[in-house]
Write a protein that binds this ligand. Structure first.
Ligand code: ADP
Ligand code: MG
Length: 155
């Protein structure tokens, strides 16, 4: 995918209330304005990269890019699970991410258990891949340290 690495940021909004948090895998959703800018060659599927909430630390993440049921599956959605335990929800905060690689296509699962198993395997794959030097350096990218300036400039 030519568009990777892909940097973007936006406000964390309420998602579909699918109960991801109850599964222990909360996913922070981006608004349509962010999803609409996603380059066309970034297909649906599971990706990995780095994420930071507000001015906080940069953590590993896995992201699902899927079809948005609210728009009868004609528009994409972007949901980020940050591989870190937060003490509180962060709706309304600015989430900055860089997508660096692709894990697998979207799949439908026969059971909740097989879905959860797949997500845990995605998480360990993401953790491992992000440890290579090529991806580690993305963590220190200026993008994560220049939040106000970038928002003012519309990036
Ligand atoms: P929603 O349907 O509103 O997206 P979720 O059950 O997916 O609800 O929970 C997502 C919310 O959980 C995020 O918007 C964020 O405020 C919070 N949250 C707490 N920890 C994390 C995390 N590690 N990764 C992503 N979101 C988290
Ligand atoms: Mg969610």
């Amino acid at each position: 995918m030519r568009s990777l690495p892909y940097f973007c940021r936006g406000e964390v909004v309420r998602g579909f209330g699918r109960g991801s948090k109850e599964l222990g895998i909360p996913t922070a959703n981006f608004p349509d304005s962010v999803v609409d800018h996603l380059p066309g060659d970034i297909d649906t599927g599971i990706y990995y990269g780095w994420a930071c909430v507000g001015h906080g630390d940069v953590h590993k993440m896995v992201m699902s890019i899927g079809w948005n049921p609210y728009y009868k599956n004609t528009k994409k959605s972007m949901e980020t699970h940050i591989i870190h335990t937060f003490n509180e929800d962060f709706y309304g905060e600015i989430l900055s991410i860089v997508i660096v690689g692709y894990i697998r296509p979207e799949k439908s699962f026969e059971s909740l258990d097989s879905l959860i198993t797949a997500i845990y395997s995605d998480i360990s794959e993401a953790k491992e891949k992000l440890d290579v030097p090529e991806h580690q350096c993305m963590k220190d990218d200026n993008f994560f340290r220049s939040i106000e300036t970038n928002i003012m400039n519309g990036h």
